[in-house]
Every structure is written in C-alpha cells, then in structure tokens.
Design a protein around this ligand. Structure first.
Ligand code: OAD
Length: 253
C-alpha cells in the first residue's frame, strides 16, 4: 500500500474504474457474487433490447424496484473517499459501470457513467430523454407519443456504450499515472478494458476482497472492501504519512 500512496502522491493524473462492489456496503447487490442479481434473474429477459421488446412491463417493474432501492441506499465510505480524492487532485476521472448514482450523491464531480443511469429514461424511437422520479416510470406511461417506448437509459447486453462517454474514459485511462480498479469483476467488456488495456505505464491497483481476471496483471491487489480500504488510502495521502499495513490489506509491490 505504501508504494501506491507514494505513486499517488507523485502522480498528477488518476483514473478510477468502479463496479457494483463499491455499492455493496450501501446495501445494493452486485451482479455475479453470492446473492448477485445475475444469479437470481435472467439477464436476457431483463437486460437486453430483445427482452424489453418481449415484455416491457416486466423489465420496467424490475428497474423501478432497483431505482427505488438506489434512492433508499446511501453512499458509503468508499464513495465518499473517491469524492475526497478528487478534491486533492488536479486531474481525476471516475468511470463507473454502476447506474445507481451513488458517486454523484457522494460528491464526485468528474463522473463518467459508462452504462448510463437509472435516473433517466430514453425513447426507443426518437431518443427523447426524460428524468425518472424515485418510483421510476409509471407502468401506464411506457408508450411514448412518437410511437416508440420509454426504456431505461442504460446499456444492455449487445449494445454499445455511449460514444462520447467511452471516448472520454479511454482518454482519461490512457493519460493516468495511477489507475484504481474498485469493486468490479472486470469481466464485462469494453468497460473492463479501461483497467489495463489503454495504458502500460500507469500504476494499477485493484481494490476487491476477491481475485479477478486482472489481479495478476496489476501492480497491487488490495484484498479488502471498498469502504475499508479507500478511506485509508485517502487518509494516508492527506496526512503525508505512510499507511500502516493491517489485516485487510496485502501490501503492494
Ligand atoms: P460483478 O457482480 O460482476 O462484480 C462485483 C465485484 O465486486 C466482484 O469482483 C466482488 O468481489 C467485488 N466486491 C464485492 N463486495 C465488495 C466490496 N465491499 N468492496 C469492493 N469490492 C467488492 O459486478 P460488476 O463488475 O459491476 O452491466 O459488473 C459489471 C457489469 O455487469 C455491470 O455494470 C452490469 C452487469 O451486467 C450492465 O448491466 C450492462
């Protein structure tokens, strides 16, 4: 961890990639872990254009429930630590795969929502946008006046990421001195590529209680939870001291 702190202190540019694990301690389920959403729900029914075309009421019922859960959840110490890190750095970009808005609610500003946001709906035909309240979209309003349907403004399987967001994320990853990969299984592409594929020079640290396919390619794997590890990194950075090793953190290097 000390090597990470030293590199962060010397570095000018930091890029962060987060996944659902950073929101786990806010009470929101991940996708692939124990109790994960894709263990109990069918991806193709709920997260694909074909599933939506087949049964938009089922899809909206599920996303409305998730939207409500996101609103009831509170950002945790990991989200707040990311906002604090941004405050002390000149060039900080956070790309998240999450659609829960918790980074924004924690005060992060330069946030790229790679997979969109559940705060918004978009028309399948005319691409008009509409903000969603905490209850999501009323089920009797799925049809849009133009002949299309309102759908969640998020990225489903088989769909491309929003091009402007993707471009900015790639650029930020490429120029970073330090890349933090937090709470993601790093198996969903293209987002996972941001961790290691666009920058061979950066010091890459993974914060995750479990190993992932990129663990053996990063400089440093911190085996702890986001809400435990991230505040320690920020505290060590701002205190000017070195971080003490502890039970949760396997030292880097
Ligand atoms: P996954 O469920 O695939 O992975 C969650 C990761 O978080 C795992 O590696 C866990 O070990 C880790 N984790 C769990 N608790 C944690 C904690 N407290 N602190 C840190 N890490 C923790 O979720 P994602 O990687 O986010 O896409 O999944 C990527 C994409 O797949 C999602 O954006 C979603 C999904 O299908 C779309 O819906 C398009």
């Amino acid at each position: 961890m000390n090597e990470l702190i030293a590199t962060l202190r010397a570095g000018k540019s930091v890029f962060v990639l987060t996944g659902s694990g950073i929101s786990a301690e806010s009470g929101l389920p991940t996708f692939r872990g124990v109790g994960g959403l894709w263990r109990t729900h069918r991806v193709e029914e709920l997260a694909s254009p074909e599933g939506f075309a087949r049964d938009p009421v089922l899809v909206w019922t599920w996303y409305n429930e998730r939207r409500g859960a996101h609103e009831r959840a509170q950002p945790n110490a990991g989200h707040f630590a990311m906002a604090q890190l941004e405050d002390v750095l000149d060039d900080f970009t956070l790309a998240t795969q999450n659609v829960d808005s918790l980074h924004l609610r924690a005060g992060s500003r330069n946030v790229l929502e790679l997979h969109g946001s559940l705060r918004q709906a978009r028309c399948t035909h005319c691409s008009a946008g509409r903000s969603l309240g905490t209850a999501g979209l009323p089920l009797d309003e799925i049809d849009h006046a133009c002949g299309g349907r309102w759908r969640p403004d998020i990225v489903w399987f088989g769909e491309s990421l929003p091009q402007d967001v993707w471009q900015r994320a790639r650029e930020a990853a490429a120029r970073a001195d330090v890349i933090l990969v937090v709470g993601t299984s790093a198996v969903v592409y293209p987002a996972a590529a941001l961790a290691t594929n666009y920058n061979r020079r950066a010091f890459v640290a993974e914060i995750n209680p479990e190993a992932t396919p990129i663990s053996n390619r990063v400089a440093c794997a911190l085996r702890g939870s986001a809400a435990q590890v991230l505040p320690r990194i920020v505290a060590a950075l701002s205190s000017g001291e070195t971080a003490s090793p502890d039970l949760f953190v396997r030292p880097c290097g």
